[in-house]
Write a protein that binds this ligand. Sequence first.
Ligand code: BJW
Length: 243
Amino acid sequence: MEELTIPTELSEKLRAAKKVVALTGAGVSAESGLATFRDAQTGLWAKYRPEELATPQAFIANPELVWNWYAWRRELAGKAEPNPGHHALVAMAAKVPELLLVTQNIDGLHQTAGSEKVIELHGNIHRTKRFDDNQIVTEWAETGEVPPRCPATNSLLRPDVVWFGENLPPGALAQAAIAAAECDVFFSIGTSSVVFPAASLIGETLRNGGLTVEINPGETPHSSAVSFVLRGPSGSVLPALVK
Ligand code: BJW
């Protein structure tokens, strides 16, 4: 990749910023070896149908298939390690008075890297909950039944992720929206910005006059609206931004 030049105006605004929000998506974990969703060749949705795997209806129709698919992805996420993009966001948090990381990622890699203020909009694949009442369950017997059941209630267990048609975790969206409205700089990093309501957060910053920055090797629906576009992989662009 050509050496990336960070615009002076952006560096100055970031240095002066009091509140920063970074919204991240699957692209941030791509350099950790985890597939994105919508890449035309390697994306998960190029190989699997979301209607059959990532909706409550899919789980009701075939809980074993859905559990096994997430068990496979949980293993991949468990083996993955944070990349320079994740680490640069930890470094950025140390440089600005307030940085809130809002992630759509369910892999937990921001926390592994050391990010502390993280809102997980779409849950976390390493947590498990009851299908019927969303209570988190931490232990169950491995009886061979797939999916396993809650030892206390016998309910089917499922990953604590947000499927299509499901609400985001209570309070998460409201907290992220307030932070986006109040921030001086909003980064949209490694997300295609097509999944709502996460994709609407940048609108809060745009409406309130904050600076908006997109970091992505490709175009998104927000590319023409943001203040700055930094084209490239986040594992290279973010370290250049915080150095
Ligand atoms: C790199 C890179 C590198 C590559 N460096 N970058 C309003 C309008 C229209 C529709 C809706 C709406 N409101 C709600 C909806 C419906 C739906 C929705 O948005 N559908 C659209 C797809 C049309 N939303 C919902 O259902 C949400 N719930 C909801 O709104 O509840 C209220 C409600 C209830 C009932 C009815 C209606 C409303 C829930 C959304 C849940 C999303 N779940 C998933 C799966 C999570 C579990 C799992 O992992 O299996 O979340 S889908 C998937 O997409 C995953 C992601 O978090 C999410 C976003 O994807 P992301 O992260 O942007 O990845 P990609 O692959 O799309 O993009 C990667 C990007 O990285 C690309 O741009 C690359 O260029 C870039 N990149 N390499 C930096 N090295």
